[in-house]
Design a protein around this ligand. Sequence first.
Ligand SMILES: NC(=O)c1ccc[n+]([C@@H]2O[C@H](COP(=O)([O-])OP(=O)(O)OC[C@H]3O[C@@H](n4cnc5c(N)ncnc54)[C@H](OP(=O)(O)O)[C@@H]3O)[C@@H](O)[C@H]2O)c1
Length: 259
Amino acid sequence: MSEHSHSRVSAPGSSWALVTGSTSGIGHATAVGLAADGYSVIVTGRDRDRAAETRRSVEAAGGRAFDPVADLGDSAAVRGLVAQVRDVIDGPLDVLVHNAGGGAFAPTESTPEETYDAAFNLHAKAPFMLTGAFAPAMAGRGRGAIVNVGSLSTSMAAAGTAAFQASKAALSMMTKSWTAEYGPRGVRVNSVDPGFILSPANEGIRDMYGTYLASLPAGRGGAPEDVANAVRFLVSPEASYINGATLTVDGGKTAVVPM
Ligand SMILES: NC(=O)c1ccc[n+]([C@@H]2O[C@H](COP(=O)([O-])OP(=O)(O)OC[C@H]3O[C@@H](n4cnc5c(N)ncnc54)[C@H](OP(=O)(O)O)[C@@H]3O)[C@@H](O)[C@H]2O)c1
């Protein structure tokens, strides 16, 4: 269903999953995977054409989809997304995946203030607002699952990425804060920290990393589906005793010392 049709989706008993950043890469794979698991999916990003593409993939996987676009760096747009979602779905929103991400890297002294704000708006404030909008209803029903897509950079540093890393680390901390806040009312919150994933985000640099990726314990870079599978597990009943955890999906990168 395109956001323009705006009709109310009618499927009593069916659960919805909201996957931010599902117009590309990891989010796209997660949306399609959750559809295969039986969820109706809210697909969202900024790019209307790619949103429609993911919507069609969700539908091809047997799911229903609603594809509103929103720039999550803009609080007004986040509020607009919340309103549209509430307006359109008629089943419970049981799954929330905070996956949208990206941004520019630069040395701290030459990072424009706007770049810093954009990183925190996208990686920390938008998830904070969306969780604030949807988690209370999950808690009221006594069930729900939230997954924060972080990055290895929540625990390891790289030069020139301070704003990006700090904003991802903020999201990582929210995994624990929300576990404390909503866990006792049946909402599980966990993180997935991807390593080097061969998504469109890395399109331009993947060739440069061939040798490095081959040297990982897994012997390859990750596919978006590798991360999507971790998200699907964490929101599933099989993960019912996993609260406030971080699942690293990095082919072994952080487990071994490079020699
Ligand atoms: N790929 C990796 O190696 C890797 C490693 C560690 C962590 N991650 C994390 O995994 C997540 C997904 O990354 P990916 O590799 O799948 O990247 P991707 O292919 O570039 O996808 C990023 C997604 O985020 C959305 N997005 C970006 N800025 C947005 C904004 N201001 N408002 C709304 N949506 C926005 C994009 O939507 P539009 O383009 O439609 O706006 C797109 O759907 C990100 O949080 C990233 O930091 C990735």
